[in-house]
Design a protein around this ligand. Structure first.
Ligand code: GLU
Ligand code: ZN
Length: 309
């Protein structure tokens, strides 16, 4: 298991309501479990609550049974959440309402560009983590293309800087229009885009603290922007973006690539306490991996917080 530098971060300052939001697209690997462990430790240390949200909107990637397996793995590891889990696939009306609101504000437009066209017309400088900047081709009206269902894009403000302070990474800023351009809220395949669903859910559920992998740091300004647009008086929200776990070759553990899953470890007879111990050691919470329960790590997490106040 590839190790990482210890995670240093600041305590949350808001009344704590967190969520852990896995996508049920495969077996839970160690990287996801580690993020779940941090979300759990962080919520418990702040005497807050932790919700479980199953992000099952990307139906072509959802694997049947995976949502149940994730819940089983979390319980087995001792990472209990509060209340019943929510499923994004059951929250369609909420996303629709948000889209309508944005449509009424004239902040949505259809786009019929193909990926290839966007890649070819995008300036080389701007690019988000998840693709080239959208150059705004359809802003003034999409070319009609028989047989092609448009995606719906959010009209991002120009010359507008989104600023945010992450509890671990610190201050970040981004001009969303400049970096990603107008981004998709409803995909051409008629699925809700992650950015819309996650923002609506975090608002609707009153989440005050997000813990997730730092691959999503680049998405945060988009979500903050949407959040302010949907609800100008929205309460503040804190984030803690944690490092992704790397394999021995320094590559990131991806759930789609072949990486060791919690279920596999279990089937090889590893007890949950040993896995928790390995995860804790890789976070610098223990000098060496040894069997331990999540509760026993709470003082260590607390100590990390205090170090950074
Ligand atoms: N569902 C996303 C994932 O599993 C996480 C989304 C989030 O925490 O905002 O990568
Ligand atoms: Zn377009």
């Amino acid at each position: 298991m590839g190790n990482l530098e210890p995670v240093g971060f600041k305590p949350a300052s808001l009344p704590y309501l967190g969520r852990f939001a896995p996508s049920p697209t495969g077996a839970m690997h160690f990287g996801i479990a580690r993020t779940a462990l941090i979300a759990w430790l962080d919520a418990r240390t702040h005497r807050g609550k932790l919700l479980l949200r199953i992000e099952d909107l990307d139906t072509p990637r959802v694997i049947p049974g995976s949502a149940e397996d994730i819940q089983h793995d979390l319980r087995w590891l001792g990472l209990e959440w509060d209340g019943p889990p929510s499923y994004q696939s059951q929250r369609n009306p909420l996303y629709k309402r948000a889209l309508l609101q944005l449509q009424e504000q004239d902040l949505i437009y259809p786009c019929t560009c193909s990926r290839k066209e966007i890649r070819e017309s995008s300036a080389p400088h701007g690019a988000a983590d998840d693709g080239p900047r959208y150059p705004g081709t359809c802003r003034q009206g999409a070319r009609s293309r028989p047989g092609r269902t448009p995606s719906l894009r959010f009209r991002t403000p120009e010359q507008h800087l989104v600023e945010h302070v992450d509890r671990r990474v610190g201050y970040i800023k981004q001009d969303v229009n400049h970096r990603v351009g107008d981004f998709v809220l409803r995909r051409a395949d008629q699925l809700w885009a992650y950015q819309l669903a996650v923002t609506v859910d975090d608002l609707d559920q009153g989440i005050t603290c997000i813990v997730r992998g730092e691959d999503l740091l680049d998405s945060t300004p988009r979500q903050m922007l949407l959040r302010k647009t949907l609800q100008p008086l929205s309460p503040p929200m804190e984030t803690l973006h944690v490092p992704l776990m790397l394999d021995v070759d320094g590559r990131r553990l991806a759930k789609r690539a072949h990486s060791y899953s919690i279920a596999e470890a279990r089937s090889h007879g590893q007890p949950p306490e040993m896995i928790i111990g390995q995860l804790a050691a890789s976070l610098g919470l223990l000098p060496h991996a040894k069997p331990i329960r999540p509760q026993e790590l709470l003082p260590r997490w607390q100590a990390q917080l205090s170090e950074n106040t």
